[in-house]
Design a protein around this ligand. Structure first.
Ligand SMILES: Nc1ncnc2c1ncn2[C@@H]1O[C@H](COP(=O)(O)OP(=O)(O)OP(=O)(O)O)[C@@H](O)[C@H]1O
Ligand SMILES: [Mg+2]
Length: 439
């Protein structure tokens, strides 16, 4: 590849960031603490300050020691942490050799070397890999997105004298394990806790701040903008308003169209047809038609007790698409048999949907809140489901995970498959937000 290496341009650090940068120093009242947690709003300057501080601490306190740098996946870690960190090496007066095949950074300063092993907490086998090493420190970027078992495993490997733990994340629900096991117990665990909001990143312009704020509503606004560990309860699309979101005619000049599918044989099967225009957070969507078939029957007399197989669904899809086999069809990722069948029937763009539930719901919520998503009155089932799509509060209390109640959720699933998939593909003007949104 070659070319000049980019160096990181630092701007003024905020007071919070300076605290992250200095808490471990001999002169700090927190020097004896076993670690630090920074949580809070997106883009608030946590990762930049923490990765810089972690590297300064490691290189000044240890030699020939091993460290772990962990992200949700190796890919996310390299994008969000390692790329900027390597650009900071000249400022740190360090040299870094990236042994990509081993996921190892060897960092040297003044003849002292330390070894930084990269881990993706969610990657297959990461727990086995971290099992054998002895660590002098571990840095967890986006820790709330990692499995608890991986974090327990990694923290337990930090057995060198003076070892410290470094965590950062955005909030999830109040029953999330990182909240209850770590943040609620910082005192007994001897950890410094710092809460960030967007003003703690002084590099964000008022315009950028306003743009981020417009991206989230409801519980996501409370978490990602206000930085609260807020519960997801009640109606999911509380911003849905028939007066605003039902339109008799296509409200914009469409640039593309696609179909999204939630699949069921015994449960209902739904196809939604979308028109869309624009890119990034200004994209507009109009759902003009739906197909709803329930093998279980229900109030639709013609649907009673019959079940359809993939071949019949493929025929229905062809009719729904007006004979066009070139429309992108975004399918429930678990419905591999239907995808195979559609491809076999000659559909040229059969694509598995991304089933990141919370991110899909956040994308739909933002589009509704911004009046960028509307429906034809013909979408009867979808319009009936939208106000009754609710969070499963019991599941959240039990396992700390946010899920919609699995009831009358079929049109809503197809809706989030369509909107979220399109938002990932048409990202050119979207800011890259780590941890949510476009990632
Ligand atoms: N002192 C600084 N100098 C230069 N750039 C900075 C500084 N502080 C923050 N930034 C920039 O602001 C952006 C957001 O910072 P960062 O990624 O650290 O936030 P974050 O809190 O980790 O966000 P998220 O929760 O979304 O991961 C980044 O592009 C980062 O490079
Ligand atoms: Mg970050």
């Amino acid at each position: 590849m070659g070319g000049k290496k980019k160096t990181f341009t630092f701007q003024r650090f905020s007071r919070k960031q300076l605290k992250i940068l200095t808490w471990w120093r001999g002169t700090s009242p927190y020097a004896a603490f076993d670690g630090v947690i920074a949580d809070g709003a997106i883009r608030s300057g946590k990762t930049v300050s923490m990765s810089l501080s972690f590297m300064m601490w490691a290189m000044s306190q240890f030699r020939e020691a091993n460290f772990a740098i962990c992200g949700k996946t190796i890919g996310a870690l390299r994008r969000n942490v390692i790329t900027p960190l390597k650009q900071m090496m000249p400022a740190l007066r360090c040299e870094c050799v990236d042994k990509r095949a081993e996921n190892l950074l060897v960092v040297r300063r003044n003849g002292v070397a330390n070894y930084f092993y990269l881990f993706g907490g969610k990657d297959e086998g990461s727990q086995d890999l971290i099992q054998g090493i002895t660590l002098a420190g571990a840095f967890f970027d986006e820790v709330a997105l990692m499995p608890q078992s991986f974090v327990n495993q990694a923290t337990a490997r930090c057995s060198v004298d003076g070892a410290k733990w470094w965590f950062n994340c955005n909030p999830e629900g109040p029953f999330h394990w990182f909240k209850t096991e770590w943040i609620d117990r910082v005192k007994e665990r001897g950890l410094l806790y710092l809460h960030f909001d967007m003003c703690d990143n002084e590099t964000l312009s008022p315009k950028t701040l306003a743009r981020y704020r417009a991206m989230y509503t409801g519980v996501f606004e409370r978490r990602f903008i206000r930085g609260e560990w807020a519960a997801a309860d009640g109606v999911i699309y509380s911003m849905f308003d028939p007066g605003r979101h039902i339109k008799a005619d296509l409200p914009f000049a469409p640039e593309r169209e696609f179909v999204a599918v939630d699949y069921g044989t015994y449960n209902p099967c739904v196809f939604l047809h979308f028109f869309a225009c624009g890119q990034g957070e200004t994209t507009r969507y109009f759902v003009d038609r739906e197909y709803y078939f329930s093998g279980r029957g229900g109030e639709e007399k013609e649907h009673r007790t019959i079940q359809k197989d993939d071949g019949q669904y493929a025929a229905d899809m062809l009719a729904f698409c007006g004979g066009r086999k070139d429309l992108p069809v975004i399918v429930d990722p678990s419905a591999s048999s239907l995808m195979t069948r559609l491809r076999h029937e000659g559909f040229t763009q059969v694509l598995p949907a991304r089933n990141a539930v919370a991110k899909g719901i956040a994308a739909v919520s933002a589009a509704l809140a911004g009046d960028r998503l509307s429906f034809s009155p013909d979408c009867r089932y979808t319009l009936r489901e939208l106000p009754s799509y609710v969070w499963d509060v019991k599941a959240a209390a039990k396992c700390g995970q946010d899920k919609p109640l699995k009831e009358n959720d079929h049109c809503c699933d197809a809706l989030r498959y369509g909107v979220y998939f399109d938002s990932l593909v048409n990202v050119s003007s979207r800011p890259s937000v780590s941890g949510h949104g476009a990632r």
